[in-house]
Design a protein around this ligand. Structure first.
Ligand code: 5AD
Ligand code: SF4
Length: 448
């Protein structure tokens, strides 16, 4: 008998990866995915704790799901409600009290135990809790074979997890635990499995992916640059990305790799967080704004067409108007192709939450609006400057217009072009005719 599984994913790409792995783990037990939570026998919320808003949303979603669960129970169709991810890890005990109708709570390092937890939840009346950091690595217990979504052209492979940096605003070191890298052999097996099923673009994932230090087949510790070189040689892999990186961990070797490995895409997500040295120090970032600028210069020296993306926080405790202006100055100077910006959100248990000088909400809102306006303008300008260039596009899906396909450029921009369906899943040269706020319009070049 097949059962239905619904997974709702919040937050980052690591969570999206984890959700995919959970589905793969439960498939042999007879669970098939459904988009519709109400028809699911098992619902998993894979949660995010990074900002307060994300965490609070879980409880409102849980309230709604509890009503669905009750209605199903009345019809004799039980529903198992599970919460995984970083809120589960950080607030497991509290959640058990606040939402006692949740059947299972498990942390990001425990989901390899899902089959066992599901069986236990079926037998137990109370909430099954699995939020201790297990001694074993979940990666040693996950299937090596991957199941990419139907027709997926791009795939994610977790290579590193956890964080030892302890930025003073961030919960990740507490929810995901210490930095841990997967062995090279395991990573390559997963990449090969995806590539054999038609995945052309591989994104290597990690909270501090550029500090990858995995055990190589030679028994030595491999760096990310070394790993990328080997991934680039796997048949079928045409594009490689890695995300997300800590600026102080960008080594000369990794910078050089950007100039040497054609499959390594010229687009790098490198969170700066702030342009003010005082704020960066208070954040416990191990780089100043000058270090960041120099890093960008070094990257662009080896790969002149490299585009950058970043994350910024506005309204960190004590941030003055002048210090915020320094963030705007950095953004103007670097010219980001893309950036995320967030209002500082005080997270329980992090050092910054107890710092003096918490910035009023209205000030944060004003700063966020100003920063986002600048970032949007830069993105549009970057997209406009792509007009006239010919870019390789990996076609991924059909467009809204007849005969149109949508793909992605090396810079992650969506590109619309008239193209035959036979190009789906392939990379073709496209002449960009116009750049818009969020996408590019292109014309396919005749094959040479
Ligand atoms: N408040 C606001 N933004 C945060 N981030 C991490 N923690 C917080 C917080 N407490 C942002 C950082 C990070 C991104 C994933 O989320 O910019 O790079
Ligand atoms: Fe959080 Fe800083 Fe670690 Fe990134 S480097 S996960 S922002 S503590």
């Amino acid at each position: 008998m097949t059962q239905k599984l619904h997974i709702k994913t919040y937050g980052c790409q690591m969570n999206a990866y984890d959700s995919a792995r959970m589905a793969e783990l439960l498939a042999p037990l007879g669970y098939g995915l459904t988009e519709d939570a109400a028809s699911a026998d098992l619902v998993i919320l894979n949660t995010c704790h990074i900002r307060e808003k994300a965490a609070e949303k879980i409880y409102s979603d849980l309230g709604r799901l509890n009503a669905v669960k009750r209605a199903r129970a009345a019809r004799g169709q039980p529903m198992t409600l599970a919460v995984g991810g970083c809120v589960a890890q950080a607030e497991g005990d509290e959640m058990r009290r606040r939402a006692p109708f949740v059947d299972m709570i498990f942390g990001p390092q425990s989901y390899h135990r899902l089959p066992e937890l599901v069986a236990r939840a079926a037998r137990s009346a109370g909430t099954v809790l699995a939020t201790d950091f297990p001694a074993e690595s979940k990666f040693d217990h996950l299937p090596e074979a991957r199941i990419p979504g139907a027709g997926a052209q791009a795939g994610f492979v977790a290579v590193q997890e956890g964080c030892d940096k302890f930025c003073t605003f961030c919960v990740v070191p507490y929810t995901r635990g210490a930095e841990h890298s997967r062995a090279v052999r395991q990573v390559l097996a997963e990449v090969r499995s995806l590539a054999a099923q038609g995945v052309r673009e591989i994104t290597l994932l990690g909270q501090n992916v550029n500090n990858y230090r995995g055990e190589g087949p030679d028994g030595k510790t491999w760096t990310l640059a070394r790993l990328i070189r080997v991934v680039a040689d796997i048949a079928g892999v045409a594009r490689i990305r890695y995300v997300t990186s800590y600026p102080a961990d960008m080594t000369g070797e990794l910078i050089a790799a950007h100039g040497e490995i054609p499959a390594l895409m010229p687009f790098l997500h490198l969170p700066a967080q702030s342009g003010s040295d005082r704020v960066l120090a208070a954040m416990n970032r191990r780089h100043g704004s000058g270090d960041y600028r120099r890093l960008v210069d070094r990257l662009r020296a080896v790969r002149p067409d490299l585009a950058l993306a970043s994350d910024f926080i506005v309204g960190f405790p004590g941030e003055s108007d002048a210090e915020f202006e320094q963030t705007l100055a950095l953004v103007r100077e670097v010219g980001f192709a893309h950036a995320y910006s967030f209002k500082y959100s005080a997270r329980p248990g992090t050092p910054a939450a107890a710092m003096p000088g918490q910035v009023p909400e209205a000030v944060k809102s004003d700063r966020l609006a100003a920063l986002q306006e600048l970032i949007d303008a830069e993105r549009r300008s970057f997209n406009e400057r792509c007009a006239g260039r010919t870019l390789p596009v990996l076609f991924e899906r059909e467009g809204k217009r007849k005969g149109q396909l949508v793909g992605r450029s090396p810079y992650m921009q969506a590109v619309h072009a008239l193209a035959p369906k036979s190009l789906m899943g392939l990379i073709a040269e496209v002449r960009i005719v116009a750049g818009h706020a969020n996408s590019l319009a292109g014309e396919r070049m005749a094959p040479a």
